[in-house]
Ligand binder design. Sequence first.
Ligand code: UDP
Length: 331
Amino acid sequence: MNILITGGAGFIGSHLTRTLLANGETVAVLDNLSTGSFENIREFVGHKRFSFAIEELNNELVLDRLASQADAIVHLAAAVGVQLVVERPTETIETNVMGTHTVLKAARRYRCRTLLASTSEVYGKGVRTPFSEEDDLLLGASSRSRWSYAASKLLDEFLGLAAYREYGLPVTITRFFNTVGPGQTGRYGMVVPRFVRQALQGEPLTVYGDGEQSRCFCHVSDTVRALEALLNRPEITAGEIYNIGSGDEITINALAQTVIDRADSASSLRHIPYSEAYAPGFEDMRRRVPNTAKIERAIGWRPTHTLEQILDDVIGYERTQLLGAVRDAHA
Ligand code: UDP
């Protein structure tokens, strides 16, 4: 299969590229390197089944050319990370909504099988956990800019489902729940790489709010396995939405302590009010747990990594990165 991955130089995109190439697929990556990086795809350069274009999503000519050569499109390019969303809301909304619009137009032209990445953020402040795909969605007030991310991804979902219903385009939507693993950057707020770096450098771990909010973390290789299986089963997954995440729930306080233990670190916890960490009036989700029965029924997928395995992987990766930086500084 020829597969176009938008956002392929990002965290999930580069892991997906590696897996698809290893399994014999041909991969083209389109990325503007805004939150992704060339480092993430450097290892694939020169591979005979890999190509990349550093371009904006809204360059319709480039997207058209790439779509014309693709059997399938995995649309991962998006403005992500709570910090980025709060700091640059206009960019978030425009990238997410217009980008998806452009991708779907090209996909329709060439009848590409399409996977659209959405997010567990769309469940918002819903209190009935675990979250199922058919649940009502409860977003906060539009005066709180965090919710613009969920609203923009929700519009993406509607656009994707509309393309399926009106034009028969085989679109599948995936809602990711806190995907983590080696290679994720902490620059845009993601908690695991931030805590691991802080622990390895002996700095206090910055826990926002009271730290009793909880999340479920899913290893990126489990996420990638789900994406590959969904790609291969359009006949049963087109027009559907799937949660992709782990059911292993942990509070952020407990996560911080586990990171400290696994990294053998002497760091402590420092609690920081949300208003200081993000912006005054910031709203967080208290709990976020996926119900993954639907994807398990459809393609037999379930996550396989424990939180401890995930953290050991990230700690190993970050240790190597830090050692590399020290070596460079002395070179
Ligand atoms: N968080 C934290 N310290 C950090 C970064 C994040 O306590 O340095 C918290 C954040 O407020 C949220 C949770 O960790 O409650 C997960 O944050 P992340 O940005 O990774 O993902 P989210 O679930 O918010 O999309």
